[in-house]
Design a protein around this ligand. Structure first.
Ligand SMILES: Cc1ncc(COP(=O)(O)O)c(C=O)c1O
Length: 357
C-alpha cells in the first residue's frame, strides 16, 4: 500500500501545544517586518513569473552554481517530493537511511518506490557509514536518500563519507538525494553536497536555520538536465510559486546575515547545556551534540511515549517520542529556544525523568 499521508506531519502540526516545546526543530521565528521593506517590494501586480530569475540568481550565487542548477519549490518538503518524482519510477529501488524524517519515506512510497533501508546505528552515534549503504545497494537501486545534518540526531556527514556514497551510487547508475535543511546549522557551516558531483541532488529551504518556515522558500540543486526535468514536472504540480513569497524570498536572501543574527551562538550554548545535562544523568545515552538543532538520546526507561505523556501532563513540556523515528526508546530534543527558556525546559525534562525512575 502506498502512503497517502504522513502520520508524523499530521501529528507535528496538530499536537497539543505546550509551554516548553522541546519538539521544535527550528530556530525562533524571524519577523520579516524587522527588515526595511514596503508593500511595493512585494510587487503585487497580480502576475506570476515562471522560474522567477531574481530568486534563482540569489540561490545560485549563495552556492556558487549556475542558475540552471537551481529549481525553486515550496519548502524542502516540496523540494524533496519534486526531486524524488523526477528521479524515480514505480518499482524502482530507493535506499533510505534509518532512522529518518518520515515524510521522505512517505514521498518515496507514494511514488511507488520499492523502499530499502540502511542503518545509522545509535551505537555508532548515527554516523553515516558508506559500508552500511554498500551492503544494501543493488543493481536496481535508483536513489539513495540521506538527511545532512541527520534528522533526528543532528549528526553531520562529512564530505569523505558522502563522496564514497556518491561513488557507490555512480557504480549502479543511481543518484544521491541529500536533504540539507539543517546543514547551515553545522558548526561551522559546510558546503552543499551538490559540489561533490552530478549524482548529488541537494534540497534546502529558509525554514529550520533561518526561522522562516512560513515563507515556504525552498530549492533543489541538481545538474542542469535533471533540474530542467524537475521544472517541467512542476508544470503538473504547482506551475508557479506565489509571487509575493518569491519577492520576500529575495529580500530574505539579501538580509541572511541579519536574519541569522545570534542563532549560531544560541544553538551552541544550548548544545553545551544539553551535553552537560546528559553527562549528569545515568538514564540517558547520547553522544555529545556537536552540530545543528536536534539530538536523539536514548532513554533507558523504555518507550518514550510515556516520557512525553508525563512531561505534557505535569510539566507543560514535550519531546518528540522516538516512535516517530522508528526507535521508541529514543526521543528527539530541539535546541531552537532562547537559552533561559531552554534551561527551564531541560530542568523540567530532568524532573520528569526523575519521576519515572
Ligand atoms: C529533514 C527535513 N526535511 C524537510 C523538512 C521540512 O522543511 P520545510 O519547512 O522546508 O518544508 C523538515 C522539517 O521538519 C525536516 O526535518
Amino acid at each position: 500500500m502506498r502512503a497517502m499521508d504522513s502520520a508524523y506531519m499530521h501529528w507535528a502540526k496538530f499536537k497539543q501545544p505546550v509551554r516548553f516545546a522541546l519538539t521544535m526543530s527550528e530556530v525562533p521565528h524571524f519577523r520579516m517586518d524587522r527588515l526595511p521593506l514596503s508593500l511595493a517590494d512585494l510587487d503585487m501586480d497580480g502576475a506570476s513569473h515562471p522560474r522567477y530569475a531574481p530568486l534563482r540568481e540569489r540561490i545560485a550565487k549563495r552556492y556558487g552554481v549556475p542558475t540552471e542548477q537551481v529549481v525553486a519549490a515550496d519548502g524542502t518538503s516540496m523540494a524533496n517530493f519534486l526531486a524524488m518524482a523526477a528521479m524515480i519510477a514505480p518499482g524502482d529501488e530507493v535506499l533510505i537511511e534509518e532512522p529518518t524524517y518520515e515524510p521522505l519515506l512517505g514521498a518515496a512510497s507514494f511514488l511507488g518506490a520499492e523502499i530499502m533501508r540502511f542503518e545509522r546505528k545509535p551505537e555508532d552515534a548515527f554516523r553515516l557509514d558508506p559500508a552500511a549503504v554498500e551492503r544494501m545497494l543493488t543493481p536496481k537501486t535508483r536513489l539513495i536518500v540521506i538527511t545532512n545534518l541527520h534528522n533526528p540526531s543532528g549528526v553531520l556527514a562529512e564530505e569523505a563519507e558522502l563522496r564514497q556514497i556518491g561513488e557507490l551510487a555512480a557504480g549502479v547508475g543511481a543518484r544521491v538525494l541529500v536533504d540539507e535543511v539543517y546543514l547551515d546549522a553545522a558548526a561551522p557551516p559546510r558546503r552543499s553536497s551538490v559540489h561533490l558531483g552530478g549524482e548529488f541532488v541537494a534540497t534546502n529551504s529558509l525554514t529550520k536555520v533561518y526561522g522562516l518556515s512560513g515563507l515556504r522558500c525552498g530549492w533543489i540543486l541538481a545538474e542542469p538536465a535533471l533540474a530542467e526535468r524537475m521544472w517541467r514536472l512542476n508544470d503538473l504540480f504547482g506551475v508557479n510559486q506565489a509571487h509575493s513569497a518569491e519577492r520576500l524570498g529575495c529580500i530574505a536572501f539579501d538580509h541572511l546575515e541579519e536574519i541569522t543574527g545570534d542563532k549560531p551562538a544560541m544553538l551552541e550554548r544550548n548544545r553545551n547545556l544539553f551535553n552537560a545535562f546528559v553527562r549528569g544523568r545515568d538514564d540517558i545515552d547520547c553522544a555529545p551534540a556537536e552540530h545543528g538543532i536536534t539530538a536523539f538520546p536514548r532513554w533507558r526507561g523504555g518507550d518514550t511515549q510515556r516520557l512525553d505523556d508525563h512531561l505534557r501532563e505535569k510539566y507543560d513540556t514535550a519531546v518528540v517520542p522516538g516512535r516517530w523515528f522508528e526507535m521508541p526508546d529514543h526521543f528527539r530534543v530541539g535546541f531552537g529556544m532562547r537559552a533561559n527558556e531552554f534551561e527551564e525546559a531541560l530542568s523540567r525534562l530532568g524532573s520528569a525523568l526523575d519521576d519515572l525512575r
